[in-house]
Design a protein around this ligand. Structure first.
Ligand code: ADP
Ligand code: MG
Length: 696
């Protein structure tokens, strides 16, 4: 093969297919240095060259670059540093399937940017000046190691240095290392995502951010690993990027065939669709119909809106489960990750350096350079981030969450890295109370160790209590045993050839825990709806929401009354009503949808915002942990203890006398006991012995 074989062919191809783009490039050169070439054009021009490009890119791409750099332009300009960048490469390979046969080929890797280092200059051709004779020797640099000259090039000198580098005579390019990871939607059943390192150079450096969904087209190369003992026989893979394509469409990757679209549309017309979707959420978990209803709406989400002032209102519905251990919180989270077209699971106490949001770290990828790494909320962009054990989040994550939940961005400013990453996802959180069990007299925020301002950003909070109830317990127990039994039948049939269990029997029992709509189809249904359905709310529906909101506000009317609800709940209502319309593929949010929304919010508020003493809604319970009436009562009890204590030595008030006095003030004994134990926990009281209390 002669040098320049590809140069000539590309000269013809580029002139024929890309002349206008080349002229434009010449106009903007050197600010723009890339000519983007669509692979399919090359294929039409010459199938052979196109094929060679895929299998022999190290010869073909330099040929294409030469052709571009030497093209005769009608204007006085040299494109001597311009590059041809090929896009829409057909040979897409999932990164977990990359094998040695792909080495040195042009591959297209699809995924999400997980990490990106700072952009730094990299020397490509270093100028060494001999410190004895001042002669300058140029040494081209390779990818792996910095090479110095063996001896001075100058024949009359020829000594082994010493040399010094002359920066302004050396050639540099911008370089950045990236790490691309498989997108959550391409992972089946919670598999660990695999990642691959990418070298981005020149004008490709600094254009992507962690969280971006991209296709990297490039040459797959390998670097020999080195260990402390020396070179290892194993090679690490790295893609040398030729071009980067953006994918920003929501759920672009989930393909829906025309037949499936037909099926989706007919599902949307089914009057029972609402029930069917609810029945498809975590069927192995018994009960929780109201929670599952809310989870269904979270899948579909409200409509994100772009306002004329440039701001964006989120459509995502944030939900939080708080409650006793063992009530299937974690199970439901995991199931939602499976159902969401883009679900990411994370734990608040996860050890990952990026945490939940994002972090600037120094690690191997950048050889000690600062690297920006995306956390779960960035990786779940346009999907659902399920975060378990939120009570154990780090302080940094807690403060970053405020921005992530409302603005849906995550800003990082550390070590010279300034970046704003997108995190347009719905947050589904679960938290365990500090003292193990949920205490309905204490505020949610304190019990789960989160700032109240953060807690109030959830559209819905469900308190899941594990209260013994004979009827319910037996039904849950039966359900759990049935699903285990079905599993046992299926396993025995599968693994024991002698088993006489029939498939019919297995199917029969599996029916109990089978989702009504199977998970793959539901994912597609959700993706279709979120892509195509943008409901507008009817007048009646709006009137209903406003009235509901006003009524709630009014409950707290009057002097010194707690504020019952805030405008946040009104926004939550709107999102839920829109999601309800989307669930049945309707472009109108009707009164029915609005009623569903108010029903759910009412149920939620009753659990969390309700003052357990008066029954009135009181958002103070969420915010400060104590409702107004409770605060008043605590004050009364404290006065009583002080007053009784004064009559006894050492200020020790006998409990019986305290209870008696409390009864006079219309606080019954059970209640007084609860308040006293609460005050002991908060450190306002001490109990010197079993029979006495004392104010601190
Ligand atoms: P949590 O995260 O709330 O502590 P888990 O999600 O780990 O609880 O659930 C504990 C176990 O109890 C799981 O195996 C779950 O399947 C089971 N479980 C709890 N409640 C139910 C229920 N209502 N129906 C079926 N299984 C349940
Ligand atoms: Mg759990």
């Amino acid at each position: 093969m002669t040098e320049g074989k590809w140069d000539e062919k590309f000269a013809i191809f580029l002139k024929k297919y890309y002349w206008d783009s080349i002229l434009q490039l010449a106009n903007n050169y050197p600010d723009h240095r890339s000519l983007v070439v669509d692979f399919s054009d090359l294929e039409i021009f010459d199938r052979n060259i196109a094929n060679e490009l895929l299998f022999n890119p190290d010869e073909v791409i330099p040929g294409a670059n030469n052709a571009l750099q030497q093209i005769d332009l009608p204007v006085e300009k040299e494109l001597d540093d311009a590059k041809v960048r090929f896009i829409r490469i057909p040979s897409k390979v999932p990164s977990r399937e990359l094998r040695s046969k792909h080495l040195l080929q042009l591959v297209a890797i699809e995924g999400m940017i997980r990490k990106a280092t700072e952009v730094r200059p990299k020397v490509t051709n270093a100028a060494f000046q001999c410190m004895r004779c001042e002669h300058v020797t140029m040494v081209p640099q390779n990818e792996i190691k910095f090479t110095e000259p063996h001896e001075c090039e100058n024949e009359t000198c020829g000594r082994k240095g010493p040399f010094k580098i002359v920066i302004n005579q050396s050639a540099f390019i911008d370089a950045q290392k990236l790490q691309i990871q498989e997108s959550p939607e391409n992972l089946k059943g919670g598999a660990q995502p695999q990642s691959l390192d990418v070298d981005a150079e020149d004008d490709l450096a600094g254009i992507v951010k962690p969280g971006d969904r991209v296709i990297i087209n490039g040459i797959l190369r390998s670097h020999q690993r080195t260990t402390r003992e020396g070179k290892s026989p194993f090679y690490d893979l790295v893609v040398h990027a030729n071009s980067i394509e953006y994918m920003d469409q929501e759920f672009d990757e989930l393909e829906i065939s025309p037949e499936e679209e037909e099926e989706i549309l007919s599902m949307g017309r089914d009057p029972a669709i609402y029930k069917k979707v609810i029945g498809s959420i975590a069927p192995s978990i018994y009960g929780y119909d109201d929670v599952k209803e809310a989870l269904s709406l979270q899948l579909f989400s409200g409509v994100p809106k772009h306002l004329p002032d440039g701001s964006r209102v989120r459509g995502d519905i944030h939900m939080l489960f708080v409650g006793d251990p063992g009530v299937a919180k974690s199970q439901m989270l995991r199931y939602m990750v499976k159902l969401s077209p883009r679900g990411v699971f994370a734990s608040g106490k996860s050890a990952s350096s990026s945490g939940l949001t994002a972090a600037a770290v120094r690690d191997d990828l950048g050889d000690g350079r600062w690297t920006l790494e995306a956390g779960a909320l960035v990786m779940a962009d346009m999907g659902i981030a399920a975060v378990d054990e939120m009570d154990k989040m780090s302080t940094e994550d807690k403060s970053a969450l405020h921005e992530a939940m409302e603005q849906q961005t995550i800003s990082v400013a550390k070590a010279g890295i300034l970046a704003t990453l997108k995190s347009r996802c719905a947050l589904l959180g679960a938290a365990n109370p500090k003292y193990g069990r949920f205490d309905r007299y204490e505020g949610i925020a304190q019990q789960i160790n989160m700032p109240p301002a953060l807690v109030s950003r959830f559209d819905m909070i469900f308190v899941l209590l594990d209260t013994p109830n004979e009827d319910m317990d037996s039904r849950i127990a039966k359900h759990i045993l049935k699903s285990h039994y079905a599993g046992e039948l299926s396993e025995q049939r599968k693994n024991m050839p002698t088993s006489n269990i029939t498939q019919e029997q297995v199917d029969d029992y599996m029916g109990v825990i089978k989702p009504v709509i199977d998970a793959d189809m539901l994912r597609k249904y959700v993706a279709y709806s979120r892509r195509n359905i943008f409901p507008v709310m009817e007048e009646e529906a709006r009137v209903h929401l406003v009235k509901f909101y006003m009524d709630l506000r009014k409950m707290g009317d009057g002097k010194d009354a707690p504020v019952p609800v805030t405008a946040r709940q009104l926004e939550a209502l709107v999102r839920l009503a829109e999601a309800s319309a989307r669930l049945r593929l309707s472009n109108i949010a009707t009164l029915e949808d609005a009623k569903k929304a108010t029903g759910i919010v009412y149920a939620c508020l009753r659990q969390v915002g309700v003052d357990p003493d008066t029954g009135a809604f009181d958002v103070d319970v969420i915010a400060s942990g104590t409702s107004k009436s409770q605060r008043d009562r605590i004050k009364i009890i404290k006065e009583i203890i002080k007053y009784v204590g004064e009559k006894h030595p050492g200020g020790k008030a006998p409990l019986e006398e305290v209870y008696a006095e409390a009864r006079n003030q219309e606080i019954d004994r059970e209640h007084a006991e609860e308040l006293i134990s609460k005050m002991r926990r908060s450190g306002d009281l001490i109990k010197p012995d079993k029979e006495h209390v004392k104010v601190v």
